[in-house]
Write a protein that binds this ligand. Structure first.
Ligand SMILES: [Fe+2]
Length: 245
């Protein structure tokens, strides 16, 4: 079975539209989405309309999805995140808001051996930024492999013989999975990468070969930036796409 794991689209139509045209993405068996379909970017409805058409999809909701769908308020967001979430909320159609409400609260277990979540396996809003936080997340993971988003930072945490290591994912790479190791993996972000590389990223998992690949791709950043600026969204949201922070 071939899985494609992707996260944090954030209303970036240029990045998401390109993702859907990639050869590797066209030949999947299952798509696993880790949350934050909307927020930050200028095209929430267009992104949701494409997302709705996907088949064999398992997904969880993100913190921005909750605010845009009015499940939670934006009062805990920083000013830029809150402004853009409120802007997305005003743009979104009623039927798309209803659709976001159908996204599940993580963690969700897929095919009995994969956990998907937005932040962590015990709290959908908790950030896993370090080995300390990964350790907490491993404690609540009942499967051998888990995928999380939220930080927009591509990385693998490995739990082997009670010890945790981490490997940041910086370039396209293929990794063989070891049956005696547990994995917590972040594919990075489609719509707003933050590891100082502006290219979007995702992961594939081939369960029969027992290997994962990390892949990056380019998209039309200039066009996405122009739309952000034309919409009157904060300038920082346009400039960060270029620097990948
Ligand atoms: Fe996010």
């Amino acid at each position: 079975m071939k899985y494609i794991i992707f996260s944090d689209i954030h209303s970036n139509l240029e990045a998401f539209g390109k993702f859907l045209t990639l050869k590797r993405v066209e030949t999947y068996d299952r798509l696993l989405f880790l949350g934050d379909l909307v927020g930050y970017g200028p095209n929430p409805n267009e992104v949701i309309n494409l997302f709705k058409k996907l088949k064999n999809l398992h997904s969880v909701r993100g913190n921005h999805d909750k605010v845009v769908a009015e499940i939670e308020s934006s009062s805990f967001f920083n000013p830029v995140a809150a402004f853009s979430a409120e802007w997305n909320k005003n743009q979104i159609t009623e039927s798309n808001k209803k659709f976001i409400k159908t996204l599940e609260k993580g963690p969700v277990i897929v095919d009995h051996f994969i956990t998907i979540c937005h932040g962590s396996t015990f709290d959908e809003d908790y950030y896993v930024f370090s080995i300390f936080e990964a350790k907490e997340s491993f404690k609540f993971m009942t499967t051998s492999i888990g995928f999380f988003g939220h930080t927009h930072f591509p990385i693998i945490y490995l739990l082997r013989n009670g010890k945790i290591d981490s490997v940041p994912l910086t370039k396209n790479i293929k990794i063989k999975l070891d049956p005696n190791t547990k994995y917590l993996i972040n594919p990075g972000s489609i719509g707003q990468p933050r590891d100082r590389n502006p290219n979007s990223s995702f992961i594939t998992l081939d369960s029969s070969k027992k290997e994962i690949t990390f892949q990056r791709y380019t998209y039309n950043i200039r066009k996405a930036q122009k739309k952000i600026r034309d919409a009157g969204l904060p300038e920082m949201l346009a400039s960060r796409l270029e620097s990948g922070v």
